[in-house]
Design a protein around this ligand. Structure first.
Ligand code: PRX
Length: 665
């Protein structure tokens, strides 16, 4: 099988110039914000050479400050004390909602495409302001005050965004937990964040199937006695949803009792806006902390330049609000620009594989943003599902979350984009807050599979993984690092600044270490090669191998487990688990299925191992350490390239291992 990396290298020569329709638009449409490489280079150069001047201009033009900042940056990557606009004060909800509600109340903030096809509704900025204010008053009435954390566990409905913005209005910190996570995962996050209030819905609905959202919250809260209130939005209105007053409060009843205006609470630019849990290389997820000023600026600016947002545009990002992409590009970025954002509750194949494309046609979407895994899956259904829809409104189509293989890129560009759109392959992470490597649609000649060049203010480096030396010039490969702070970077991990330093800033002192391998080709283009740590990327979702291993070990039959990522044509990588059993257990298909289920129940469906192989022994060093490198090679079909095996204590296990994997995959 050809790997993504090989395909990338083979095709790295193909270059797609920005389409003339984008660079010199007709029909009175505005020119792109950046319409040539020379313009990009000039702005980029300014952002690096004159950062104070550049960021002062951007932050002043883009955001409304209650108290203007006098200092632009503070601290360094070396010290881990980064702050941006530290003496500036603002309110995020005011910036995202009130500015537009006051100037243009009927402008549409959200188009809500419900799970049920044909049931789209709209929320204007004025309506959004009232909803956010009423809910903020409910939260204030619960006794919540600036700096406290609220957990949000909701389906993809506008009320999830309303909940985030209501927190921001009061200076509360939200932590949105993806509603596909299990009750145990939710409980772990609620407890770690010390949330006293959880906002949720009675049920979710995806592809016509109800999801028992509130029941999952109730299970989780059995181990979170500190939660005082659960605010429940009625999404489906099903009978029999568990509800226990006075802890549980219906959203519609609570907001009806509140005044639909609530003064925004002024916060420091450095006050936290949210925590978002993401997987790391240990079993415990980390609560990445983002701030109010720098984060909002990063989300707004990247959206403006990378998707070339102009007045009247309808932007659609299909990511769930439970991930950083949903935070930055469904909620904060679009609203900070006063744009219209589509909230998509359903799945791309419900009722059929045309759902996304009908959505584009119906709402005249101008920019569309999704993940390679969705692109690859939809491509398998055939071009008809796409071409039967009118996609002429599209100008920019984006990809995020994992490397996009050039053939999926080309299909996206040709079939979805009709050869008339810019494809932006955006590289970034939960921790970076917003795009860090990305093309600009009116300027950057694209190479399929490359995220191309750094965004403004992002100074990249490729480091030798062993020595940490910076590899100068082009045509180099190593690990990706960033050389200076940027406004939307995470500031810390909630309750564990040491872990923040150890994970990102200490591995290569003076640099932010991204955890990805990367190359800079002969033309200076960046190519992301995937994670270099124990994190795997399934359908653009980050999973820690240690987290899956911890779930497996909870089953009484499991003696040991090792989890690795296997290449997968649709999901990028899939989870492949190797398990040894305790002596009293026998390997059966039923037990294998039970172990898969164990992971699914403990973490959530996204962590389901695609392959689970019961083995007698795992490859180990003489000191008993599992050699995951061997397992990774075997599942990638590279058993002939195992490299140095001198540390392997028992070489005889290899043949059995290879045979088992071949039979299973
Ligand atoms: O490995 C990179 C991959 O996704 C990781 C970040 O995952 P997460 O924090 O969940 O955020 C996903 C959405 C931003 C990165 O370390 N990744 C993300 N975008 C790309 C990518 N890999 C290659 N190309 C991309 N465009």
């Amino acid at each position: 099988m050809t790997t993504t990396t090989e395909q990338q290298q083979d095709q790295s020569a193909a270059v797609y110039l920005p389409h003339p329709r984008l660079v010199s638009p007709e029909g009175g449409r505005a020119k792109p914000w950046v319409s040539s490489m020379a313009e990009y280079e000039a702005l980029y150069k300014e952002s690096i050479a004159e950062p104070e001047q550049f960021w002062t201009r951007m932050a002043t033009e883009t955001l409304t400050w209650d108290r203007p900042f006098r200092h632009v940056t503070h601290g360094s990557l070396k010290n881990g004390d980064v702050a941006w606009f530290p003496d500036g004060r603002l309110n995020v909800a005011y910036n995202c909602v009130d500015r537009w509600a006051l100037a243009d109340p009927d402008r549409v903030a959200f188009v809500y495409e419900a799970d049920e096809p044909g049931k789209a509704t709209r929320v204007t900025y004025k309506e959004l302001q009232e909803q956010v204010c009423s809910l903020a008053n409910v939260l204030a009435a619960f006794g919540l005050r600036k700096g406290e954390t609220v957990a949000i566990y909701m389906p993809m409905i506008p009320e999830a965004a309303v909940a985030m913005l209501a927190c921001a209005r009061l200076g509360l910190v939200h932590t949105v937990v993806f509603a596909g996570f299990s009750s145990a995962s939710l409980a772990e996050r609620v407890a770690d964040a010390r949330a006293r209030v959880v906002i949720t819905a009675d049920e979710g609905l995806r592809g016509g199937r109800p999801i028992r959202t509130k029941a999952i919250v109730d299970e989780a809260l059995q181990s979170c006695p500190e939660v005082e209130h659960v605010l429940v939005f009625r999404r489906t209105g099903s009978e029999g949803v568990p509800f226990s007053a006075p802890r549980d409060v219906w959203w519609h009843e609570a907001v009806a009792a509140q005044r639909p205006y609530c003064p925004p609470v002024e916060v420091s630019a450095e006050d936290p806006l949210f925590l978002l849990y993401t997987s790391g290389s240990t079993g415990k997820p980390k609560g990445v902390v983002h701030t109010s000023g720098g984060y909002l600026l990063g989300a707004a600016l990247t959206l403006k330049y990378v998707f070339d947002i102009h007045e009247g545009d309808v932007f659609c990002c299909t990511a769930d609000i439970g991930w950083i992409t949903g935070h930055s590009y469904v909620v904060y970025g679009p609203l900070a620009l006063g744009a219209t954002s589509v909230i998509f509750e359903s799945v791309p194949t419900y009722p059929d594989a045309s759902r996304y494309w009908r959505l584009v046609e119906e709402h005249r979407i101008t920019q569309f943003y999704t993940a390679p895994t969705a692109i690859r899956a939809l491509r398998r259904h055939g071009d008809d599902f796409v071409t039967r829809c009118d996609l002429s409104s599209l100008r920019v189509i984006g990809s995020v979350g994992e490397p996009i293989n050039p053939d999926a890129w080309t299909w996206y560009s040709e079939v979805v984009g009709g050869g008339r759109c810019a494809v932006v392959d955006t590289y970034w992470q939960t921790e970076t807050g917003s795009h860090v490597i990305t093309p600009l649609p009116g300027a950057t000649p694209a190479k399929p599979g490359s995220a191309t060049f750094p965004f403004f203010g992002v100074e990249l480096a490729i480091l030798d993984p062993t020595s940490g030396a910076e590899l100068e010039g082009n045509d180099v490969s190593g690990v990706l690092a960033i050389k200076r702070p940027w406004p939307s970077m995470a500031r810390t991990i909630a309750g564990d600044h040491k872990r923040f330093l150890d994970t990102y800033l200490k591995p290569y002192p003076g640099y932010y270490f991204a955890g990805d391998g990367a190359s800079r080709d002969a033309d200076g283009y960046y190519w992301i090669r995937g994670r270099v740590d124990d994190v795997i990327n399934v359908s653009g979702h980050r999973m820690s191998t240690a987290e899956v291993e911890s779930a497996l070990i909870c089953h009484p039959a499991v003696a040991e487990s090792a989890v690795v990522g296997a290449p997968d044509e649709v999901t990028g990588q899939s989870i492949c688990a190797f398990v040894t059993l305790k002596d009293s257990y026998t390997a059966t298909d039923a037990l294998t299925a039970e172990l898969v289920k164990e992971v699914r129940t403990r973490i959530g469906p996204i962590a389901t191992p695609k392959t689970l192989i019961l083995v007698d022994e795992l490859p180990k060093t003489r000191s008993g350490k599992i050699i995951r490198r061997i397992l990774r090679k075997v599942v990638a079909g590279e058993a002939d390239q195992l490299g140095d095996l001198s540390t392997l204590s028992d070489q005889s296990i290899l043949e059995v291992l290879v045979n088992k994997v071949t039979a299973a995959l």
